[in-house]
Design a protein. Structure first.
Length: 384
């Protein structure tokens, strides 16, 4: 292996970030049980970047090559400067996507987004029943979401729905797809819950069985055949039930760059769970240094960091040993194979989690909702 620099083999070329995900705030009016935001997000809610700092981050990321901009959160619409960010994104030539719960989207704001050049709005939906929608988000947002979906359609945006799937709604897949069709959806992502952040805390309560997932996929395939190209449907297989691990973020520091509410620059959503890592902040040395030279972005680029069995595995170029955060969260070792992999010596951890999720006592444990109070308790060690 060639000489190393910040832990990266010199023969690994630095790619450019194609995606900038701007997690503009961790504040959120919803309290979803499956939220992927860090459970200790309350630590990072102070000190949000200003509008000017976001605009500078957009410019710097564009100079590095980023083309796609995701504006996410928390709920991004809790900030009143998203319109300014959209205008700047258009000026810089980004394809921009607002990822929202719909709370805070008004006629006035969507009109401003349209005029400002926002390309795409992705709306989260939760179920066809008011009961499950309100339970899993711990809010009363069912009717509002349908109104917002109609507003998005009326303004000529493609209708893009994201539905996180878990035990509480997996039995409603057909009805969810019918609802999407009735709303005029162009794209529907059925995103089976992945277990990070709050969903890891609530894993046994949320995880469906393999039989339920297989059945949901069968119904999805039948529906897809029925509607044809009118509505594109994506069924995202959950890691725990996949054969092989995913190439997380398409490779660490390869295509994605995430800037968080307080300016931390991360290669993936969950990276701050990893121990002994210092992530760059846009307030310090800027995005170019963060992407090209920071030790954090270089730590898991390429394959020189891999241990057995990944180092010599013929699959390693396909999956890059899976997800570093999942490996750490489940094994305590960020450099181990993602235990999702059947070749991992720790694969039994996944098998046990699947078994645990069949246990009625664990299923019935109270859900820990994503709230500021619970985040503070997690930081204080009062909740797991
Ligand atoms: Fe961090 Fe997969 S979420 S590497």
């Amino acid at each position: 292996m060639a000489q190393q620099n910040n832990g990266v083999a010199a023969n690994v070329t630095h790619t450019q970030p194609l995606w900038l995900l701007a997690e503009v705030t961790y504040r959120c009016p919803l309290h979803c049980a499956f939220c992927y935001n860090p459970t200790d997000y309350d630590k990072h809610t102070q000190n949000e970047l200003s509008t000017e700092q976001w605009i500078q981050a957009l410019r710097d990321a564009r100079k590095l090559g980023a083309l796609q901009l995701g504006i996410s959160g928390g709920e991004p619409l809790l900030r009143d400067d998203i319109e300014d960010i959209v205008v700047e994104a258009k000026k810089l030539g980004y394809y921009s996507n607002l990822i929202t719960s719909g709370v805070g989207l008004t006629e006035k704001r969507i009109q401003a987004f349209k005029e400002g050049g926002l390309d795409h709005i992705q709306l989260s939906m939760h179920d066809i029943t008011e009961e499950i929608n309100n339970f899993i988000t711990n809010t009363r947002t069912f009717e509002l979401k349908k109104k917002v979906a109609a507003m998005i359609k009326n303004h000529g945006y493609p209708m893009v729905l994201n539905v996180v799937i878990h035990r509480y709604n997996i039995g409603h897949i057909k009805e969810i797809l019918e609802m999407a069709e009735a709303l005029g959806a162009d794209y529907v992502e059925l995103a089976n819950t992945q277990y990070y952040g709050w969903s890891l805390v609530n894993r046994s309560q949320l995880m469906p069985s393999k039989e339920q997932i297989d059945h949901a996929e069968k119904i999805t395939n039948e529906f897809r055949a029925k509607v044809g190209n009118k509505m594109k449907i994506f069924f995202v297989v959950p890691d725990y039930f996949a054969e092989r691990p995913k190439k997380c973020m398409n490779g660490w520091g390869e295509v994605f760059m995430i800037v968080t509410a307080n300016g931390d620059v991360l290669p993936c959503h969950s990276a701050r769970v990893l121990p002994n890592m210092q992530f760059p902040n846009v307030r310090d040395k800027g995005l170019e240094w963060a992407w090209k030279d920071s030790p954090a972005f270089n730590k898991y680029r390429g394959d020189s960091w891999m241990k057995a069995p990944c180092r010599t595995c013929p699959e390693k170029d396909n999956d890059l040993a899976g997800c570093r955060c999942q490996a750490f969260l489940l094994t305590g070792d960020a450099e181990s194979a993602d235990p999702v992999c059947s070749l991992s010596p720790n694969h039994h951890i996944i098998e046990k989690a699947i078994e645990d999720a069949k246990n009625p006592q664990l299923q019935a444990q109270p859900i820990v909702f994503r709230t500021d109070k619970n985040s503070k308790k997690i930081i204080a060690g009062e909740l797991q």
